[in-house]
Design a protein around this ligand. Structure first.
Ligand code: CP
Length: 315
């Protein structure tokens, strides 16, 4: 039975949100809330004497820097690299070999990789816990945990909410992870808004269907009055195999201040960031815009995950 005990975290790696039970998610959210109340003098004992490897084979601002801040807040040491170009991968070393070696240097490994499934493979090889900081278009579980933490803080609950996801639902790992997580909560309505070329993969819809009410459309305005949260995503130029296809959809949805006229009371806009054109800056100072608060929640959530995995023992 997957992670039913509310007082225990059932995983020794954080690879995919699909591995989590609701109890696991709630365990992390509770720990993050505790982290926000814990004095720095107490927090810095949590990773004292421990080393965390921060391996980023793909660009990142928020995830890498919030993990590295969290490690330092918890009194740990950070080793690692911010880009693949400075590693011995350039000499032909495989990521599998690199993970085998780095597991001897570090107590926990945080890894972002451009290949889908790279984190799962690393978790199989590594004797130390692996935290997936994003693997290609597949999963971004720690982003989802901070998204859920943000939702819980704003709405006081996750059950019963109506959530629109808009933009690149095909290649967007944040929305893939979030869709799986929301399927663990009750009476969620999910509105998937994307052009035909960027629709949510069918296998994800099949996996969550039955637990979540799913509606699909390419028209942003169709369900806008229904949703409590609009989770916007960037159309990711770097994921398109064909530049012409990117040009066709790059500015398909632009959310502006006037978009708020058609939304319900308490409506909120989230975005994993970075944004390009999809959210106009005229929204930034509105009550609805919570994407900067969302990014700030990356610190307590990543402190929570690191503190939990610091005590994990892999077989
Ligand atoms: N949200 C997110 O993953 O941002 P970065 O790519 O900057 O880490």
């Amino acid at each position: 039975m997957k992670g039913k005990n509310p007082d225990k975290f059932s995983l020794t790696d954080v690879v995919s949100i699909a591995d989590f039970s609701r109890a696991d998610i709630e365990f992390v959210l509770r720990r993050a809330a505790e982290m926000e109340k814990t004095p720095q003098s107490k927090k810095e004992k949590i990773l004292h004497g421990k080393t965390v490897a921060s391996l980023f084979f793909e660009p990142s601002t928020r995830t890498r820097l919030s993990f590295e801040t969290a490690i330092q807040n918890l009194g740990g040491k950070v080793i690692g690299f911010p880009e693949a170009e400075v590693t011995s991968g350039q000499k032909g070393e495989t990521t599998s070999d690199a993970i085998r070696i780095i597991a001897n240097y570090a107590d926990i490994i945080v890894m972002r990789h451009y290949i889908e499934g790279a984190a799962r493979r690393a978790a199989e090889i590594s004797s130390k816990p692996i935290i997936n900081a994003g693997d290609g278009s597949n999963q971004h579980p720690t982003q989802t945990l901070l998204d859920l933490y943000t939702i819980k803080k704003e709405f006081g609950k996750i059950d019963g909410l109506s959530i629109g996801m808009v933009g690149d639902l095909k290649y967007g790992r944040t929305v893939h992870s979030l869709a799986y997580a929301l399927a663990l909560f009750k009476e969620i309505k999910l509105y998937l808004i994307a052009p035909d070329s960027l629709k949510m993969p069918r296998h994800i819809i099949e996996d969550i269907k039955g637990r979540v009410a799913v509606h699909e459309t390419s028209d942003l305005n169709k369900f806008l009055p229904e949703v409590d949260i609009l989770y916007a995503t960037r159309i990711q130029k770097e994921r398109f195999p064909d530049a012409v296809e990117y040009e066709k959809v790059k500015n398909v949805y632009i959310i502006r201040k006037k978009t708020l006229q058609n939304t319900k009371k308490g409506f909120r806009i989230m975005h994993p960031l970075p944004r390009v054109n999809e959210i106009s800056t005229d929204l930034d100072d509105t009550e609805a815009a919570i994407y900067f608060k969302q990014a700030a929640n990356g610190i307590p959530i990543r402190e929570a995950i690191l503190s939990i995995l610091a005590g994990a023992k892999k077989k």
